[in-house]
Design a protein around this ligand. Structure first.
Ligand code: AMP
Length: 310
């Protein structure tokens, strides 16, 4: 079975949504990603936490097959992000505060056993750290990258350098517009393709996600849910399903990319049901399979007959 490698944040989040407020709950891009992708493939994690991070959660990750040899624990506080979702708009998180804490002086050092990993996610974190990790990997088959506005505006040059080495780039609609300066989604995708990544996934919150690969465009809906309690981590959890699925396929092709998009959408549809990564903790493989089938019903239609036009 092929491994996945992730570099990203492991964090405490303070989050407010119309459903309430939670303080210092488990979060971070690498955390959500690993919790999700570990249902599909063994994961190797590169990150740093402070002395205050609960050992219990690290043990939980380890039990799920997440290799923590590349996770450092140092003196100081764990990364802390504070965000809010205003009113009923759950598609856009507004960052109130970002405390990088132990990430400020973090130098990722990949264990020897990590260097041959074939599928890599440079999850949302300082692009300079993403580059340092990339430099230490021998010959990856698929390099994916995620980011957010904080880095698009704060470290744009470094991010553009990362993108030169990226095959698959995940970002949301607003980030695409901010980064490319283009008005439409499609022109933003073309702009990106000229700068490196050839597979682009645009996340659109409650409207689902779109994938652009060669001349194919595939649109996956978001699963209709009565209550979206906390969208934090939906993007990373989506990436976990997408890359977890792709880690083991023989060839990255249209068929597998479509299925991977649904795997990502399935995983994201769970995490938003509860705050933090609570839903990923209780999730079972059986529930994932059931929702995968429910997705098929949601998107399937028969185009074998032409429309009865007059
Ligand atoms: P998502 O909702 O999937 O975009 O990701 C949410 C996660 O990203 C939260 O759990 C945060 O801890 C983490 N996060 C927020 N801001 C940053 C940042 N600037 N760098 C790295 N991770 C971040």
């Amino acid at each position: 079975m092929s491994h996945l490698l992730v570099i990203g944040s492991v964090a405490f989040d303070t989050v407010e949504t119309p459903y309430g407020k939670r303080e210092f709950v488990l979060g971070g891009s690498a955390n959500f990603f690993s919790m999700s992708s570990s249902f599909f493939a063994p994961v190797r994690m590169v990150a740093v936490v402070g002395e205050d991070f609960p050992q219990e959660h690290l043990e939980r990750l380890a039990q799920r097959g997440v290799d923590l040899e590349g996770l450092q624990r140092t003196t100081g506080k764990t990364f802390h992000w504070t965000g809010v979702y205003y009113g009923e708009d759950m598609n856009q998180a507004h960052t109130l505060d970002t405390q990088l804490n132990v990430f400020e002086h973090f130098t990722p050092q990949l264990p020897e056993s990590y260097r041959e990993t074939k599928t890599v996610l440079l999850a949302n974190i300082d692009p300079e750290l993403q580059l340092k990790v990339l430099e230490q990997i021998k010959s990856p088959r698929l390099v994916a990258c995620d980011t957010m506005n904080f880095w698009i505006s704060g470290k744009r040059m470094a991010l553009m350098k990362v993108l030169e080495h990226v095959d698959l780039f995940l970002l949301n609609e607003k980030e695409l517009k901010d980064l490319s300066g283009q008005r439409s989604l499609l022109s933003g995708v073309h702009w990106l393709r000229e700068r490196g990544p050839q597979i682009i996934v645009v996340k659109r919150g409650e409207y689902g996600a779109m994938l652009f690969y060669r001349d194919m465009i595939f649109s996956a809906p978001a699963f209709p849910l009565e209550d979206v309690r906390d969208p934090t981590g939906a993007g990373d959890t989506f990436a976990g399903g997408l890359l977890g699925y792709l880690a083991d396929v023989e060839e990255i092709n249209e068929l597998h990319l479509r299925r991977a998009m649904i795997a990502g959408s399935v995983m994201a549809s769970f995490v938003v049901e509860q705050f933090s990564c609570d839903r990923l903790i209780s999730l079972t493989p059986d529930e994932i399979q059931q929702r995968f089938l429910a997705f098929q019903k949601l998107v399937h239609f028969d185009a074998s007959h032409e429309l009865p036009l007059r």
